[in-house]
Each structure stands twice: as structure tokens, then as C-alpha cells.
Design a protein around this ligand. Structure first.
Ligand SMILES: *Cc1c(COP(=O)(O)O)cnc(C)c1O
Length: 384
């Protein structure tokens, strides 16, 4: 890797991670049980205000568990946001289910409640309501969960909140991840906090999280010989990784502040450019700005988002397009997609850029990113 490459979002230790890992070593609690796992779960419960949490080895695993607990099986329909990372929908396929993708709206970039309702109405008419709706909270911002939950309740469909990217975001006074029947967090290396790899499934239904824990540990019935009545997985988080998580939870507020400050600097340096639009912070929403994302209008600026991303990468700066919508991915060809008028998730993919949002970046490094963007789009007045 070239020296001084500026990264999109990379692990940033708080300081106490090693202490908790050492504790695990000293006491020989190296297995996926122990004090670090318990404490890490407690911290996430306290931080989000949820009743129950189960730490697992990945966010993908947590979504898989949630779908399994809701009884998703062969040929069952599951709705999912289209504008997301593939991990949101892969677990539907693990269970033999059929994903149906829902378009985003422009003011949150997340699932449109209106289009969700139309899709539910369509499937109700065909007497095949989904078993679950997976709502993704993109780049650090909640979807309009109040409306989405209200609509899903009317159709008696359970909501799984994929909050892998939005730990710490708030919507109408409530933590992102706590609106659905299940919430899912990821602690992959690129997320706002990391355990090197890990995830968590949360819920206010304590019985359901007890079941999630059983499923995550091979569904053993109470018997010395290990009796098994339902399918299980090996998904528990290791006590070592949970030690990293404990240290990270101590600095999550700092990380959110830093992410938001990075965003503010980008707005200061690029906000005057006609044709650049930052991902909005919707009304009633507290956006963590896990990643600063923006769109570029190629008609006004004479340059495409792809060209800007390429130019930054040539200059050792990691920038990326916005997620390629799942309804455009070859993996999901043939599954239904609901949108209305302009395909918003396609628009955001074709014109969107995720800027480096690494909390270890210096102010000077962010200024360099801004200067290069201004140079590429040929806006001469540099105010960064
Ligand atoms: C990262 C991510 C996941 C998957 O989490 P892992 O811990 O990497 O398995 C799921 N959904 C979204 C939206 C993500 O960004």
C-alpha cells in the first residue's frame, strides 16, 4: 500500500482495547464466552436503550439469525432496500427466500415509505405478503422508521433494521436500530467502531434474543449429550474481539463527533459548488456521517462522479461510488423491484461519491481532498 494513502474509513483504536484483550488472556477466557462479551453487550444495550443484545461474528450473521427467527424459509418473500451493500440481502438467499427490492427516497437516501406501502399493497393483492422487511440505514442516517414501522404494522409484517452503518444515529429521539423487531449492527473494520469483525442483534423482545443466542451456538437443547431440535449456527463473537469492542464503545461519542466534523469541513470546502449536493440530514434525524456522501451533477459540472473517484484514487485517496443498487446486481436479476418515476437508487449510484471519512485524517489531509476535487471539476476559487 502506498505511503500516506488517505482511506475511506479504517479502524481507529481508542486506547483501552488491549487492556480488555489482556484480561481475556490472563483469565484464559479466549473462547466465544466471557466477561468481554457480556460487558460489550451491556454497553451496546445501554448506549442504544434496547432491552436485549447478542454479540455475533458478523453483521451478516446477525441478519441471517433475525430472518431465521422470523421463520423465513423456502420461497418466502422478504422486502429489502435496494441501495445497500450485498450483505443486507445475501441472508435471504441463504434461507431460500426471494428478495424484493424497494427504491430509496431523495431526502434520506433510504427506503421510501410510499413505495414500500405500494409494494405491500401489491403483494397483499396477490396473497403473498413478505415475512419481513429489511430496512437499511445508509451511511449513518436512519430511514423514516416511524412511518415504515407504522405501515408494516398495518400489514402485520416484521421489520428488521439493518443499522450496520448507523450505530449512534438518532431519529426522532430514538437510536437507529431500535425501531424494528430486530436491529442489526456491524463491527467490521470499516464501520464507525470495530471488533476487527463482528456484529450484534438487538431487540426489546428478550425471549427472541435468548433464541438468537441459542441459534448462534448450534441450538443445543438442555442435555449432556447435546440434543438438537432446530438448525443452529456457529455465530458467537469471540471474547478477544469483544474486548476490542469494549474499548471502542468507550470512544463512540468521539468518533461520531469526528465524523461529523469531517463532513462539516467538506461542506465548508465544497458547499459553494453548484452541482454538488451532500446527502441530506432529514428532519428529525441525527446523521453520524459515518461516510460523507455527495452527488455530482455531470450536466452542470462537465465531469462524472466516476471520473472524480478515479482522479482521487490516482492521487492515493480512497473514494468510492455509492453502493450499486441490488436490483442492478447480476446476483439478483429476476427478482422484483419497486420504484416510482425516476429510479432514485440508480441515480444515487450513478452520481454519488463516498468521500474519505477516516477519523485518523488530519485537517490538512481533508483540505487536500477538497483541493483535488475542486481541481478536477475545475472550480478555481479554492476556499478549503
Ligand atoms: C457492513 C454491512 C453489513 C454487513 O456487516 P458485516 O459485519 O461485514 O457482515 C450489512 N449491511 C450493511 C448495510 C453494511 O454496510
Amino acid at each position: 500500500m502506498p505511503r500516506n494513502r488517505i482511506l475511506l474509513s479504517s479502524p481507529h483504536m481508542g486506547g483501552n482495547e488491549k487492556k480488555y484483550i489482556k484480561e481475556a488472556f490472563k483469565t484464559n477466557w479466549i473462547a466465544p464466552v466471557g466477561n468481554n462479551v457480556n460487558e460489550f453487550e451491556r454497553q451496546v444495550r445501554d448506549f442504544t436503550g434496547t432491552k436485549a443484545a447478542c454479540a455475533v461474528s458478523s453483521g451478516t450473521g446477525a441478519i441471517h439469525l433475525a430472518l431465521d427467527l422470523l421463520g423465513v424459509g423456502k420461497d418466502d418473500i422478504v422486502f429489502c432496500s435496494s441501495l445497500t451493500f450485498v450483505a443486507s440481502a445475501n441472508p435471504i438467499l441463504y434461507l431460500g427466500g426471494r428478495p424484493v427490492f424497494i427504491d430509496s427516497e431523495r431526502d434520506t437516501w433510504n427506503m421510501s415509505p410510499e413505495i414500500l406501502e405500494q409494494a405491500l399493497e401489491f403483494y397483499k393483492m396477490h396473497e403473498k405478503l413478505p415475512k419481513a422487511v429489511i430496512v437499511v440505514n445508509l451511511y449513518g442516517q436512519s430511514a423514516k422508521m416511524d412511518r415504515i414501522v407504522e405501515i408494516c404494522n398495518r400489514y402485520a409484517v416484521s421489520v428488521i433494521e439493518d443499522a450496520a452503518e448507523s450505530l449512534g444515529a438518532v431519529y426522532q429521539g430514538k437510536m437507529s436500530g431500535t425501531f424494528g423487531r430486530f436491529g442489526v449492527y456491524s463491527f467490521n473494520g470499516n464501520k464507525i467502531i470495530t471488533t476487527s469483525g463482528g456484529g450484534m442483534i438487538i431487540s426489546d423482545e428478550e425471549m427472541m434474543i435468548r433464541k438468537a443466542l441459542e441459534k448462534a451456538t448450534q441450538s443445543k437443547e438442555a442435555a449432556a449429550h447435546y440434543q438438537h431440535e432446530t438448525v443452529g449456527y456457529n455465530y458467537r463473537l469471540s471474547n478477544i474481539c469483544a474486548g476490542i469492542g469494549r474499548g471502542q464503545m468507550e470512544v463512540i461519542e468521539d468518533r461520531i463527533r469526528q465524523k461529523r466534523a469531517i463532513y462539516e469541513q467538506y461542506v465548508y470546502g465544497l458547499g459553494d459548488v453548484d452541482g454538488i449536493e451532500f446527502m441530506p440530514e432529514a428532519e428529525g434525524s441525527f446523521h453520524t456521517r459515518w461516510l460523507t456522501a455527495m452527488t455530482i451533477d455531470p450536466d452542470r459540472l462537465g465531469v462524472t462522479a466516476g471520473e472524480v473517484v478515479e482522479y482521487l484514487n490516482e492521487n492515493d485517496i480512497e473514494a468510492r461510488p455509492v453502493w450499486k443498487p441490488l436490483h442492478l446486481q447480476p446476483l439478483f436479476i429476476g427478482y422484483d423491484y419497486f420504484c416510482e418515476g425516476q429510479d432514485q437508487s440508480r441515480y444515487l449510484f450513478e452520481n454519488g461519491i463516498c468521500l474519505p471519512s477516516d477519523t485518523k485524517m488530519t485537517v490538512e489531509e481533508i483540505s487536500r481532498v477538497i483541493r483535488l476535487i475542486r481541481k478536477r471539476i475545475r472550480v478555481d476559487k479554492v476556499i478549503a
